[in-house]
Ligand binder design. Structure first.
Ligand code: B1M
Length: 233
């Protein structure tokens, strides 16, 4: 069979086949195909959030499992991450375009020693979509970056992300420093990342652990409205 005959036309696949093909394309780090798949699903009326969670995060879960099992290595995972970011870039303005009323401000960043940013970016996108202003500090943030951003932006929320068991303890360094400087109670501190759990969040003195981006949005809304109610009481 010639190469041309082998070629898969994404637009000819039904939704289920297309999502399966997007899992494969994400796995193979094919950014353009991922962007095309996202565009096709949008044209078919899929909600941006569903594309994000079902096609992109779903595909990344498979990549994560094979990375863990030593089937995929860093260069391949970087390509998959790059493809995922291509799809996320198309969805970002759509998720942010909800016309939601302004809810408050969040400073967010991945902690020192950690360069994972896909989950954090997803949280930022969803928070913006829910009406929060988000100041994204990027990756590998020492405590000084967080403190400077709190001083500059006076947010309602500080969000921290960590994906490694070796970097998650750094969240406590940030919170302890906030306590030392008498700043802790001025902010809602939310933490997240795959290796964390609720118990860890409590142990380090965060206000809440957020399992995923949707939980982060709900938790942020809840804490901010409680804060506003207590200020107006
Ligand atoms: Co990394 N990596 N990685 N990696 N990587 C993991 C985390 C790992 C679990 C893979 C594995 O072994 N299965 C493992 C950690 C093991 C551990 O610590 N227990 C691991 C490792 C070991 C490493 C290296 C050390 C590998 C090496 O060099 N030998 C290295 C470390 C580099 C460093 O940071 N210093 C490394 C490097 C990389 C890449 C650069 C190749 C790439 C990152 C690219 C990028 O982010 N730009 C990468 C990736 C992609 C992964 C996996 C495969 C996928 C992570 C991801 O993006 N998930 C990951 C395996 C996995 O998690 N299953 C893995 C999708 C994302 C949507 O989910 O990030 O969990 P997640 O975010 C969720 C929630 O956690 C939550 O909401 C998000 C959206 O729903 N959330 C928050 C996250 N942050 C939040 C903050 C909040 C609230 C909620 O604040 C309010």
């Amino acid at each position: 069979m010639s190469e041309e005959e082998d070629e898969i036309i994404l637009s000819e696949l039904d939704d289920e086949e297309l999502v399966q093909q997007m899992f494969d394309d994400l796995y193979d780090g094919l950014k353009e195909e991922i962007e095309e798949g996202v565009t096709i699903l949008l044209d078919r009326g899929w909600a941006p959030y569903d594309i994000l969670t079902k096609a992109l995060v779903g595909g990344m879960t498979i990549v994560g499992a094979d990375f863990r099992d030593g089937i995929l290595f860093v260069p391949e995972v970087l390509l998959a991450a790059n493809a995922m970011k291509g799809g996320m870039a198309i969805l970002k303005p759509l998720l942010a375009e909800t016309g939601a009323p302004r809810m408050g401000t969040m400073v967010i960043g991945t902690v020192k020693g950690d360069i994972h940013d896909i989950g954090k970016n997803l949280v930022s996108m969803m928070m913006e979509g829910a009406g929060f202003e988000v100041v994204d500090l990027g990756i590998n943030n020492p405590v000084e970056n967080y403190l400077a951003a709190l001083e500059e932006h006076k947010p309602d929320i500080l969000g921290m992300s960590a994906l490694l068991t070796t970097t998650m303890p750094y969240m406590k360094v940030v919170i302890d420093t906030m306590i030392e400087q008498g700043l802790r109670d001025d902010y809602i501190v939310l933490v997240g990342g795959a290796p964390l759990n609720e118990e860890f969040g409590k142990a380090i003195g965060a206000d809440a652990y957020c399992r995923d981006a949707a939980v982060a949005v709900e938790t942020a809304k809840d804490f901010v409205s409680r804060k506003h109610n207590s200020l107006s009481a």
